[in-house]
Write a protein that binds this ligand. Structure first.
Ligand SMILES: [Zn+2]
Length: 132
């Protein structure tokens, strides 16, 4: 999903969160819901050993709608389980909000993948990526 869409969708739901979430939870929600796609950039840096944000953007535009070109760890079931585990262990409002934002972000990405019939185009698990 386009990062701008994630910013916009986060901005739309954030006012509802103000009513129900604490400030640390709102920060966690905002960071994960709006910035989770930073892992795309990390993968680009890892793959190309280059920090150029514009080139990274162009790279991702060029491989849009192509199956399994990148691996994004923050978008995996293992990362989701890690955040659930951290919630259970640390029990902080920040991680609670981060988990809600993560699920919100992943549901939007999943909806887009279903819409474009591209559910199998991404790695949903680290193990899936290892044994591709
Ligand atoms: Zn995403």
């Amino acid at each position: 999903m386009d990062p701008l869409f994630h910013f916009a969708s986060t901005a739309v739901v954030l006012p509802f969160g103000i009513k129900y979430l604490s400030k640390p939870a709102l920060v966690g929600f905002f960071l994960s819901a709006a910035f989770l796609d930073i892992d795309h950039y990390f993968f680009y840096i890892y793959k190309f050993k280059h920090l150029g944000l514009k080139k990274a953007w162009q790279f991702y535009q060029s491989i849009r709608h192509q199956p399994k070109k990148v691996f994004c760890f923050f978008h995996t079931i293992e990362f989701l389980l890690l955040i659930i585990f951290l919630n259970l262990v640390m029990k902080t409002q920040f991680f609670y909000g981060f988990l809600i934002g993560l699920i919100f972000h992943l549901l939007i990405d999943l909806a887009q993948a279903i819409y474009y019939q591209e559910v199998n185009y991404r790695f949903w698990s680290f193990w899936q990526y290892l044994f591709k």
